[in-house]
Ligand binder design. Structure first.
Ligand SMILES: NC(=O)c1ccc[n+]([C@@H]2O[C@H](COP(=O)([O-])OP(=O)(O)OC[C@H]3O[C@@H](n4cnc5c(N)ncnc54)[C@H](OP(=O)(O)O)[C@@H]3O)[C@@H](O)[C@H]2O)c1
Length: 271
């Protein structure tokens, strides 16, 4: 049995679907109740309270772990005691490129590597699904606002992250590896807005925010150091953050999906 934390999120929902289709027994973990595919066991638990995971982990062989809560060691202890042998951590590219800012994922990576379990770390670049933040203004007035409109980053499709996670959870040969997951090419915010407009069949106007406007908006839902780190990546990415990683293709045997592909599949959310 495989336990998927974050099972109702952009990545987790897709991962649960893939695992169920592959015939795996799946336990889905999230804090809130949710509709899940038939046959999936849903356990409400909070990663911030490792003991709450015990009923979910009982009898599990593998764990897909999200960075949440402050006690990765506690989570891994509960997992090991329950018999989990393999853990796949969804971390962030920033844990590698800016560990002083991305301390939270970096601490989870350290704990996983020291856990004694068979581990694999997936360092995801920015997710294409971050563009859902535009859904309200695109629906209402066909506009999308962001800073640094002409700086490209190779954001990744959450469905590709999920497919890689499923492969790594189910197949041997990935123990002790850290993979970086990106899309196939850098795409700028302006190009992302354009791609969504194309998918809708109606243009979306891109509005360039000043960094100060973007900072004020991000501070509403992110801690200050993460806001600064994110703005630095968006505005002045390091070469390592603009590079396209070969890892999705290496693991899946096909190129990562494009942003345009993601926009075409998710267009109803912007209508
Ligand atoms: N967005 C990016 O650009 C980016 C880049 C790199 C890495 N990542 C990582 O990827 C992860 C997944 O992204 P996503 O877009 O799939 O996330 P998401 O759509 O925001 O979903 C988060 C999921 O985690 C669950 N969850 C959140 N906190 C929890 C907790 N304390 N205990 C148990 N479950 C919890 C949520 O359900 P409940 O709310 O019901 O608990 C939900 O199922 C992120 O958490 C982040 O660490 C994201």
């Amino acid at each position: 049995m495989i336990v998927v934390t974050g099972a109702t999120g952009n990545v987790g929902r897709e991962l649960v679907r893939i695992l169920v289709e592959a015939g795996e027994q799946v336990t889905a973990v999230a804090r809130r109740p949710a509709e899940l595919p038939v046959g999936v066991r849903h356990v409400q638990a909070d990663l911030a309270d490792p003991q709450s995971l015990r009923p979910a982990l009982h009898g599990a062989e593998a764990l897909f772990l999200l960075v949440a809560g402050e006690d990765p060691q506690g989570i891994l202890d509960v997992a090991a005691a329950a018999g989990v042998r393999r853990v796949v951590l969804l971390s962030s590219q920033g844990a590698g490129t800016r560990p002083e800012v991305y301390r939270h994922p970096a601490a989870f990576e350290d704990a996983v590597r020291r856990s004694g379990l068979e581990w694999t770390v997936l360092r995801s670049g920015g997710l294409n699904s971050n563009a859902f933040a535009w859904a309200g203004t695109i629906r209402a007035e066909r506009t999308a606002a962001a800073p640094f409109g002409d700086v490209g980053l190779p954001t990744v499709d959450p469905a590709d992250v999920a497919e890689v996670a499923a492969a790594v959870l189910r197949r041997d040969g990935h123990a002790g590896s850290t993979y970086e997951l990106t899309g196939p090419a850098p795409v700028t915010p302006r190009e992302r807005a354009e791609a969504i407009g194309h998918a809708l069949g109606a243009p979306v106007r891109f509005v360039e925010q000043t960094p100060a406007e973007a900072r004020a908006q991000m501070l509403e839902f992110m801690p200050e150091p993460v806001v600064e780190g994110t703005l630095a990546i968006l505005g002045r990415p390091l070469p390592a953050e603009q590079r396209t990683s070969p890892d999705v293709e290496r693991i899946l045997g096909r190129a990562p999906r494009t942003f345009a592909d993601w926009a075409a599949r998710t267009a109803p959310a912007f209508r």
